[in-house]
Every structure is written in structure tokens, then in C-alpha cells.
Design a protein around this ligand. Structure first.
Ligand code: GLA
Length: 664
């Protein structure tokens, strides 16, 4: 069965959110119908946390309310993204199957009373999840309202229980084949950790001191594979009864425990949740980071923003609201980068319960509110952008992204605690965003030949095939920047010997790193080009590369800090320290110029974002977002005669203003 494209069915971009009518009653449902029409909602995610309602006792289903709501939504012109409720098993389930409750690394078995309280390896949980997914699909698989299946919600719970131990051991057996291979992979010759039977092998539970990094890395891989298996099981149960596309919503970058490339291949439509990690201009950059990731995990195909907030911007220990106009700008930030719509968590702000302070599309204050007026304006804007549906985004620059590299860098015992994977990736992406470049993420083993420039930050773990792939990319004419502490260990987490990075890659870079020299906290080292580095330095020997900037003091004085190597038809650059923001921006600008990649729209001041989408038939749209507090005149080049948002020409973008130019 070929799943139908979501936006074909909707006739345009998706707009709506999580709809939880079980928290309300008849008069509110009636008002919801009117407000959804007013806001232009065309898609509602239903049933995410409805397990207790749908299966009040084990094996006894009650679909009365869901029947009524699906029919009601359909009659109101709203399509349904129907969730399986398996992220939140009801209390009866956990009392009947206490062994399905998750156990933390220190052995504490968690109790119900929150959500996401399950162990993916517990047979009772898996059976119950599959059964309810199947029952829902059987009943609603061809319901006229149904546009999309939403399996589970944010696969995220990790568990260290005995079911997990058994499943982990089975996973290890199939990965490594024998105990000898496992012992070798985990380096158990150190600290007398040698395993002599599979029963001795455990998940990385609380230990006295550093855990074994090989065990930790394999456990993260196992957890991701287990979540993927759980997803596939529900997806396949659904497909028996339904031809509608199936997805699951992937979580925010820093919380994600999944191999997102693998999930991208397993879903019919990549769907992500995104809540900015910082306010102001950082929120706009973070939106682009999340959206570029989602598009990349979708292999460049259209994807969907499954959740965002009408407020909800993280700022350390508090959650801020969005400023006026930000709901639209963040929404268009996702649309610009390929999303097929924008959904929110949640339609109506809860009156009670654990997330009663999480803003909704309809806030506690009701529809006579700034938030609902802005939501309505966003719905109207998306209605005018229907023609963008199905179009895609092309990038000429890629940042390498690999869950293995992240997980391998997320262990004890590294030479510095300042080697945060996502912070480093965000920084690289941010420098490209500041330069006005549209960026993809790419897997280190994939074909990179479409990219003129590839950046490899924090690529600590680099598989043998990836090292060969990167060498090949440079030889064939690509420009590659490899950043410090990359290509250090292989896919078992074993250090490459004879100098870093891994030998085939080293040839393309023309350098050999002999020694890592983390810097003292607050230490700043000055480079010969006037930039400076913090956190990290390396003793680098040029083996063919030219030195573009050298260290100026200490034992590394005169040694290369930034190098370039002409290799084959391309260039391999190596950066061995963490540059300050200005120095890093200058390096990125230099690389972009060398690779012949200009900004999406030249001549824009900082803080104005431009991204284009294009359709297979040659139509193009340019999305412009002014994140600045002042008005911005647009450069002469784009055709500014038709802004889809207003239907008229654009002269200048007002503070916080947006435009979507057809043919731009
Ligand atoms: C996630 C969940 C939602 C809700 C929001 C709150 O994205 O999927 O159920 O908890 O976070 O931000």
C-alpha cells in the first residue's frame, strides 16, 4: 500500500495541534468547533494520552467518545492525526504488570502518576501497545477523517530493568556474535571486566566509578533499536488495516535518544517537536537548527512540525512566553525549511493536570486574547501558503551528524567536560545561519557529492567507512572542515593508533595530531591570525597541509592551529581548537567563499532570514523573516511584487515582519 501524501489530502499545509477533548465537556466541544473554523485548523492530533479512556480495563475497549469526536471533527472539516496512546499506560496496566514499569540505573522502579512510565523491553507492555494500536487501526483505519497515524509520543523512556538486561544481552549477541568479540569490543581486559557468560552482561547500571564506555555506547544503540522495533511493531499492526501514512513525533535535539537517520527511514513522514532552547534571535536560530535537522532526517523530503508552543521558550530555569509576532515567525521558520505545516501542543490549555501552565492555542483566558488572535493570524497565513505544499529545500552545505558520535562523546572519562556534542553542532550550524546559508545535516557515510562544503564538528567517533568516505569527498573536489577531537575512535570506541584523526581522513587533511591538550578552565590562547581559542588545543604536525594560523605561546608556539591541504581536486581543512565567535565566523565565511557558496539572498543585514523552497515543476518561493527590531529594506534582486502573505508587493520588511515571495 502506498500511503497518501498528507498535504494532498489536506489540499494545503497542515495547521492545528494536539486536541484532547477528554479534558473538557460538551459546551467546550461546541466552542472548539467554532474556534477551529475561525483559526483555520485543518488537522487535529487526537488520542495521544487517551489510553485510560479507550481501554478502561485490560482488553475492554470503549470507543464511544473517540467515535463521536472523529465524526464531529470530520463534519467540521478537520482531518485527524490519530495517535496510539502508548506513551502513557493507565494505572490498571502498571498494577497488573509491575514488571513493565521502568527501572532507573540505581535500581529504583518508577511508579505511575506521571507519563512515559513503561519499559520497551517488557513483553506485557509491548503486547498491550500492539493490541491497542491494532484495535484502533481496525476501527478507524479507513475513517474519512483519518489523514495520518501518530504512533506513540516521543519515544524517550530508557530502562535498566531485568527485561532490559535480557533484551540487551540478546542484542549484543546478534551484534558481536560471541563473548570473545564482546570482550574485545568493550576492552574488558582493562579493570578485570572480562565476561565469561552472557548472564553476567548487564545494562550500564549505577557503578562505583566510570562505566565502561563500550558498554555505554552499545546500550545507547540498543535503546534506539529497541524503540525502533517498538515503533515498527505498531506501524505494521496499523498497516494491516489502514493505508494512511504512519509517523511518530521525534523529540527535541538534546533529549533525543534515537538514531534519527534510522527513524527517518522507518516513518512515512518525518515529524518533529520543537520548543526553542533560548529566547530572542537565538530562538530563531534554534528553529532553523531543528528544522534543518528534520528535513535532513527526512532525506530532503517534506516533513512536518508536529508540535510547537504558542509560548514555551526555554531560558535557563524558566519558560518564557513568545513575543508578539514570534508565533508566526517561528512557524514560518519551519515552513521555510520544508515543513508541510505547523501543529501545536496543544489546542486548548489544560485547566488541570501536570501541564496546566503549558500554553495552548486557546489559552485559559479564552479566544478574546492576544495568543488566540495570533494563532488565528497564523492559520490565515498558512491558508495563503497552500501552494508551497510538497515543495522542497536544497542546501549546498552540510554539517555531519551521527548519533554514534554523540553517544560516544556522552561518556565518563573524556579529557574535557567541555566537549558537548549538540552545543558544538549548534554552534557550527549557527555560524552558517548567521552567514545566511541554508544547511543540511548529513551522515558521515552517505554520498556527499551534492555538497560544496562539509563541516565535521565533534565527530569523535568515525567509522572506517566514514573516514574513507570523507577522504573520497575531498579527493573528488569537496571542501571539508574537520574540527578538533574528531576521527578519534572507531565504531567500537577504540582509539585510532598512530596519530589522529583516522588514517584515511588524515591523508586528506595533511595533518597528524600527536597529542590532545585540553586548556585550563578560562584559559584563552592567541593564534597568529589574531583569533583565539578556548577549551581545547592539540599538538598538530603538518604533513602536507599549509598552516593558516599557528599557536603563539606555550609548548605549542609555532605549531599549526588551523590548516588547509589541497588534496586531489578538493581541500581538507583542520581546526584544532575552539575558536572565539568572531574568529569562527571569519573561518566559516572564508570556507563558504572558497566553496563558492553565497548567502541565500545577498545584501541582507544580520537577523534577517531568507530561505527558498522549490517545486519539481520549477516554481520557487522565497521566505523572508525579519527577526530585527527595525524595518529592513529589501535588496533589488528578488521579485517583490507578490507577497503571498498579503497578496501585494513588499517594499520593506517591518520590525518582526515576514514575507513569502513567489518566484523569489
Ligand atoms: C512534548 C510532548 C507534549 C508536551 C510538550 C510540552 O513535546 O509531546 O505532550 O508535553 O512536550 O512542551
Amino acid at each position: 500500500m502506498t500511503p497518501l501524501l498528507l498535504t494532498d489530502r489536506l489540499g494545503g499545509l497542515a495547521f492545528g495541534g494536539d486536541y484532547n477533548p477528554e479534558q473538557w465537556d460538551e459546551p467546550v466541544w461546541k466552542e472548539d468547533e467554532e474556534l477551529m473554523r475561525r483559526a483555520g485548523v485543518n488537522l487535529a492530533t487526537v488520542g495521544v494520552f487517551s489510553w485510560a479512556l479507550l481501554e478502561p480495563d485490560e482488553g475492554r475497549y470503549d470507543f464511544a467518545l473517540l467515535d463521536a469526536h472523529l465524526d464531529r471533527l470530520h463534519a467540521n472539516g478537520v482531518a485527524v492525526d490519530l495517535a496510539t496512546p502508548t506513551a502513557s499506560p493507565p494505572p490498571w496496566f502498571t498494577l497488573a504488570h509491575p514488571d513493565a514499569l521502568p527501572v532507573s540505573p540505581d535500581g529504583t522502579r518508577l511508579t505511575h502518576g506521571s507519563r512515559d512510565t513503561y519499559c520497551l523491553a517488557a513483553p506485557a507492555y509491548r503486547d498491550a501497545a500492539r493490541r491497542i494500536a491494532s484495535a484502533l487501526a481496525e476501527r478507524y483505519g479507513d475513517h474519512p477523517a483519518l489523514a495520518l497515524w501518530h504512533v506513540h509520543n516521543e519515544y524517550a523512556t530508557l530502562c535498566w530493568c531485568d527485561h532490559t538486561a535480557a533484551a540487551f544481552a540478546a542484542w549484543l549477541r546478534s551484534r558481536h556474535g560471541s563473548l570473545d568479540a564482546l570482550n574485545d569490543a568493550w576492552g574488558t581486559a582493562f579493570w578485570s571486566q572480562r565476561y565469561t557468560s552472557w548472564e553476567q552482561v548487564l545494562p550500564p547500571r549505577a557503578t562505583q566509578w566510570h562505566a565502561n564506555p563500550g558498554q555505554v555506547l552499545d546500550f545507547r544503540r540498543y535503546c534506539s533499536d529497541q524503540a525502533l522495533a517498538a515503533y515498527r511493531e505498531q506501524r505494521d499492526a496499523i498497516r494491516v488495516h489502514s493505508d494512511r501514512p504512519v509517523t511518530t513525533n521525534l523529540m527535541l535535539p538534546g533529549y533525543q535518544n534515537l538514531d534519527l537517520w534510522a527513524f527517518g527511514r522507518a516513518v512515512d513522514l518525518v515529524a518533529v517537536d520543537h520548543y526553542p532552547a533560548a529566547p530572542g534571535i537565538d530562538a530563531a536560530a534554534d528553529t532553523a537548527f531543528g528544522a534543518d535537522r528534520a528535513r535532513s532526517f527526512a532525506g530532503g523530503r517534506p516533513w512536518l512540525l508536529m508540535e510547537q508552543g504558542t509560548g514555551t521558550v526555554q531560558d535557563g530555569d524558566r519558560i518564557l512566553g513568545k513575543e508578539p509576532g514570534e508565533i508566526l515567525r517561528h512557524t514560518l521558520g519551519h515552513i521555510a525549511r520544508g515543513s508541510e505545516g505547523a501543529l501545536f501542543f496543544q489546542w486548548r490549555q489544560s485547566r488541570a493536570g501536570a501541564e496546566q501552565w503549558h500554553p495552548g492555542m486557546v489559552p485559559h483566558a479564552g479566544p478574546d486574547s492576544r495568543v488566540f488572535r495570533e494563532v488565528t493570524a497564523v492559520g490565515a497565513a498558512l491558508g495563503r501558503l497552500a501552494e508551497l505544499a510538497g515543495s522542497t529545500v536544497t542546501a549546498r552545505v552540510a554539517v555531519l551528524h551521527d548519533s554514534d558520535a554523540w553517544w560516544a562523546l556522552d561518556v565518563d572519562g573524556l579529557p574535557s567536560a567541555e566537549l558537548d556534542y549538540h552545543a558544538t553542532l549548534r554552534r557550527t550550524h549557527r555560524a552558517l545561519w548567521d552567514a545566511g546559508t541554508t544547511t543540511d545535516f548529513a551522515h558521515p557515510e552517505q554520498d556527499l557529492s551534492d555538497y560544496r562544503l562539509v563541516l565535521a564538528p565533534a565527530l569523535f567517533l568515525l567509522s572506517g567507512p566514514a573516514a574513507v568516505n570523507l577522504r573520497r569527498y575531498v579527493a573528488a573536489g569537496g571542501t571539508l572542515l574537520v574540527q578538533y577531537f574528531s576521527g578519534v575512535v572507531d565504531d567500537r570506541g577504540h582509539a585510532y593508533l598512530g596519530g589522529y584523526p583516522a588514517a584515511p581522513l588524515r591523508e586528506a587533511l595533511g595533518v597528524r595530531v600527536e597529542e590532545y591538550r585540553p586548556l585550563r578552565r578560562d584559559e584563552r590562547i592567541v593564534l597568529s591570525d589574531g583569533s583565539h581559542g578556548t577549551a581545547w588545543s592539540e599538538s598538530v604536525r603538518a604533513e602536507g597541509a599549509e598552516t593558516l594560523a599557528a599557536y603563539t605561546h606555550g609548548m605549542l608556539a609555532g605549531a599549526p592551529a588551523l590548516t588547509r591541504h589541497r588534496f586531489g581536486a578538493g581541500q581538507g581543512w583542520y581546526l584544532s581548537t575552539r575558536l572565539d565567535d568572531t574568529g569562527y565566523a571569519a573561518l566559516v565565511a572564508r570556507l563558504l567563499a572558497q566553496a563558492g557558496v553565497g548567502p541565500e539572498l545577498p545584501g541582507l543585514p544580520p537577523g534577517v532570514e531568507a530561505v527558498s523552497r522549490h517545486a519539481a515543476d520549477g516554481r520557487r518561493w522565497l521566505v523572508l523573516l525579519n527577526h530585527r527590531a527595525d524595518a529592513v529594506r529589501l535588496p533589488a534582486q528578488p521579485d517583490t511584487t507578490h507577497d503571498l502573505l498579503t497578496g501585494g508587493p513588499v517594499g520593506e520588511l517591518p520590525p518582526g515582519g515576514c514575507a513569502v515571495l513567489r518566484g523569489g
